[in-house]
Design a protein around this ligand. Structure first.
Ligand SMILES: Cc1cc2nc3c(=O)[nH]c(=O)nc-3n(C[C@H](O)[C@H](O)[C@H](O)COP(=O)(O)OP(=O)(O)OC[C@H]3O[C@@H](n4cnc5c(N)ncnc54)[C@H](O)[C@@H]3O)c2cc1C
Length: 401
């Protein structure tokens, strides 16, 4: 039997079968045949989620055979990609058409469908998570039929599809709103934690993308900022970054957005992240820092603080409220449960909603009250997959199905 594990090694599965279709038709028949045989169907992007979203003992699909740009509609400002396209494969073809994604996360290794499905986000108070860019999608349902949904044809269903955890069907193509290609000026610097929080509103307003990392071993923040620029591409610093925060601080530089956003994450870790209402962000991160200093001084990994605009996607952690996302990490080979559980309690007190791809222990009972339109997602899910073909035990736990 084939073995599957996620990026951090925290999830293992033994699917009965794995398949990587090379056409939409092949994908349709794989799904229909598995459903007819009573096999659960899950699809993995690149396995960068820390929780068992992709795990199955049924059919595990990879869309690595369905990658690349399908078309660009310059007039509408949209681009359609095969769902298995990795984010790192999107920048160049978009630039060739004069376009770019409005925002990206910390890395660009994920499949675009995987990133959309868990509401993956970057930072920027005026910018929604990646799923907020989705204007249309093609979804293979359990019987092998195609649901072609767009903002124009069925906006309500699209609000479910945007963040759907692979629980509605298999995305084969996704259409995203894009923006004219732009260059970014990156500037990072070390800052004292209290000083950073005192002027956090000012920094959030001054930069299109602002974030900071608080590094426990040195009790300092690395502030990272990006703003659009018309300046020429190049590195501005003459000296490489130095000092205790140098691994968080890139040289001051200018480049196309898709080359500036991603960082390298080559040491495996596990992660918890919650989104809290933006106004609770500073108090929440203060409590988390105290927790680390007083109870978990052994954890050397940083806290990351970012901002995300509100949206109206049923299962988006950013639904209806400008948000601050705060994430904590621990080395993959070290225990993380007790540390993450304490952090989860702090997030709960600040109205936190968990990142769907990251560690958390809640069930539908805790989650449902946090999402005003939770039941609408459930209605769409039951309509498009009445047999629960795409549900694994983890999804049944968090969705309450
Ligand atoms: C090093 C690292 C850095 C990260 N940085 C960020 C960050 O900056 N911001 C952030 O928000 N998150 C971040 N994450 C979390 C990550 O972006 C999400 O977990 C994301 O969902 C992973 O994408 P993936 O392609 O690996 O999807 P997977 O983890 O493989 O799958 C995620 C979900 O998508 C579903 N899915 C995948 N493909 C399809 C499809 N074709 N159709 C339907 N459903 C599908 C899966 O079934 C599953 O439910 C990071 C994770 C890691 C490990």
């Amino acid at each position: 039997m084939p073995e599957w594990s996620n990026w951090s090694g925290s999830v293992h599965a033994t699917p009965a079968a794995v398949a990587s279709p090379s056409s939409e038709e092949e994908l349709q028949s794989l799904v229909a045949n598995a459903a007819a045989a009573g096999r659960t169907v899950r699809v993995a992007g690149t396995g960068h989620s820390f929780v068992p979203l992709c795990a199955t003992d049924g059919l595990l699909l990879s869309l690595d055979g369905l990658q690349g740009l399908v078309s660009v509609d310059a007039g509408a400002g949209t681009a359609t990609f095969w769902a298995g396209t990795k984010i790192w494969q999107m920048g160049e073809p978009l630039l060739a058409h004069g376009f770019a994604l409005a925002n990206q996360g910390d890395i660009d290794k994920q499949a675009i469908a995987g990133a959309l499905s868990t509401a993956t986000h970057g930072t920027g108070a005026a910018l929604g998570n990646l799923s907020s860019m989705l204007t249309g999608a093609r979804l293979v349902l359990a019987d092998g039929s195609i649901l072609d949904v767009s903002e124009d044809s069925d906006a309500a269903t699209l609000r479910a599809v945007r963040v759907s955890l692979g629980a509605l069907g298999v995305l084969s193509q996704v259409t995203l709103r894009v923006v004219p290609a732009y260059r970014l000026y990156e500037k990072s610097w070390p800052e004292n934690f209290d000083a950073c929080l005192e002027r956090v509103d000012e920094l959030v307003a001054a930069y299109r993308h602002f974030e900071f990392w608080w590094a426990p071993p040195v009790d300092l923040c690395a502030v990272k900022t990006l703003n659009p620029t018309a300046e020429e591409i190049g590195v501005r610093d003459t000296e490489p970054p130095s000092g205790p925060l140098k691994r968080y601080i890139n040289p001051e530089r200018v480049d196309w957005s898709y080359r500036i956003f991603p960082s390298e994450r080559d040491i495996p870790f596990n992660e918890i992240e919650f989104s809290v209402p933006a106004e609770n962000g500073p108090a929440c991160v203060r409590e988390l820092r105290e927790l680390m200093k007083s109870v978990h001084p052994d954890v050397l990994w940083p806290i990351e603080f970012r901002t995300v605009a509100a949206d109206d996607t049923y299962l988006s952690p950013h639904y209806g409220r400008p948000s601050v996302t705060i994430s904590l990490h621990q080395a993959a080979e070290l225990p993380h449960e007790a540390f993450f559980a304490s952090a989860q309690s702090i997030f709960a007190n600040h109205g936190g909603r968990p990142h769907w791809g990251k560690w958390q222990t809640w069930t539908a009972e805790e989650l449902r009250p946090l999402y005003p339109e939770w039941d609408r997602f459930a209605e769409v899910r039951r309509r498009v997959d009445p047999g629960g073909q795409f549900l694994n035990p983890f999804l049944r736990r968090i969705l309450g199905e």
